[in-house]
Design a protein around this ligand. Structure first.
Ligand SMILES: [Fe+2]
Length: 385
């Protein structure tokens, strides 16, 4: 997040002695991205963050590909993904390419026995159902319905839920996830025409510091393997930090839609960008106000990207028979558009209550075996009269 933030106690000068009450020193760690060129934070630990006792086990968590050359429009019933007790086991990868994994999860319980770190990917976690707290090394962020949680790669975290009925839509991104550059000025400040401003981003607000030694399991995901590391100190032992690289939350309900006299294209809904895909938020808004406007989108050929839509709430104007939690994939190479009757239905409407998240990937997505379990039959024929 390109905003400076600070929590807890830090020394006056970086890379200098910062003593504890007993005279010993804190252990400084630089947490940065893109080598030493990207955003970074400096954190101060009570114990060395490097005290590995053992690597208990390593195992593959690679998704099983069912269909590599996808050329069919697909729909899936996301809420049919089974609920699981464990957070990581609940995560079912449904679509993948070499830049990102698209994951559905319905975890029933909080992570309490282990910590988790994705070493390869930023994780963008959209909360469709449930409330709780994202606990991280750099502090805690409460979350609820409609929140995007951005966890930067390498951040050790736990998900704590208040509820048992939780539904998450997750994008694991090998490319760094940012807000669109065109909404930021030369200094990084969000511009006046941006659909969100700094006040909408919730940064870690509570830093819990644990001075504990023992056996602490951190599950580290790297290159489709999970490695269970046992560390000698509690990973949340940070007394203070400052910098730009930290987890944050942004609610889809705080996205201010940009509307026009005639139909506005998907980029007006853009919320996040990477150099491999974009994420858009379709939110309740007034429809186009030209007296002869057609609010439903035109048919379009997304020649350069596969389009994934995750339906959250409200009636989706261009689709028939779409339920909450459904996902559609409209692959590059073939046009798609409103379902029969949707264009006509939209004429004269003044408002939409639709709520959806879209991920457009520039490389084709492959369909996994987990996706095949929740597939809606013959969606690709749903445009026939
Ligand atoms: Fe589309």
């Amino acid at each position: 997040m390109p905003q400076y933030h600070q929590l807890g106690k830090i020394p006056h000068k970086r890379h200098t002695t910062f003593k504890k009450e007993d005279g010993s020193i804190h252990y400084e760690q630089l947490f940065g991205t893109i080598g030493f060129d990207g955003m970074s934070s400096l954190m101060y630990h009570l114990h060395r963050p490097t005290m590995v006792k053992e690597v208990a086990k390593s195992y593959s968590v690679a998704p099983k590909i069912a269909e590599e050359k996808n050329m069919l429009s697909l729909a899936m019933e996301g809420f049919k993904v089974p609920a699981e007790n464990d957070y990581l086991e609940s995560r079912k990868t449904v679509l993948v390419n070499s830049d990102c994994h698209i994951v559905l999860a319905s975890p029933k319980h909080s992570q309490t026995k282990y910590f988790y770190k994705n070493a390869d990917c930023d994780e963008l976690i959209f909360v469709h159902k449930g409330t709780g707290t994202l606990k991280t090394q750099l502090g805690n962020i409460p979350f609820g319905y409609g929140d995007y949680l951005l966890v930067p790669r390498g951040m050790i975290y736990q998900m704590h839920f208040d509820t048992e009925d939780n539904r998450l839509f997750i994008v694991e991104s090998k490319r760094p996830v940012y807000t669109p550059k065109r909404y930021r000025n030369w200094f990084g400040q969000l511009l006046e025409h941006s659909p969100f401003c700094e006040r909408d981003f919730r940064r870690p607000n509570e830093l819990e510091t644990f001075d504990e030694k023992g056996d602490f399991t951190i599950k580290v995901k790297k290159q489709d393997m999970m490695h269970e590391y046992i560390y000698a100190s509690h990973p949340f032992d940070v007394v203070g930090w400052d910098g730009y690289n930290y987890p944050y939350a942004f609610s889809i309900h705080d996205f201010e839609p940009i509307t026009g006299r005639v139909h506005q294209p998907p980029p007006v809904h853009q919320t996040f960008e990477t150099d491999a895909f974009v994420v858009c938020s379709f939110v309740p808004r007034l429809y186009d106000y030209h007296p002869e406007s057609i609010p439903a989108p035109y048919n379009h050929s997304n020649i350069d990207s596969d389009e994934v839509l995750y339906y959250v709430d409200g009636d989706f104007m261009s689709r028939n028979n779409i339920e909450k939690g459904n996902i559609t994939l409209h692959p590059a190479g073939i046009p798609h558009g409103p379902h029969p009757g949707a264009t006509e239905r939209s004429i004269g409407q003044t408002v939409t209550e639709e709520l959806a998240v879209m991920v457009d990937t520039f490389k084709p997505l492959m369909v996994t075996e987990e996706a095949m379990k929740i597939l809606i039959k013959d969606y690709h024929k749903s445009w026939l009269d």
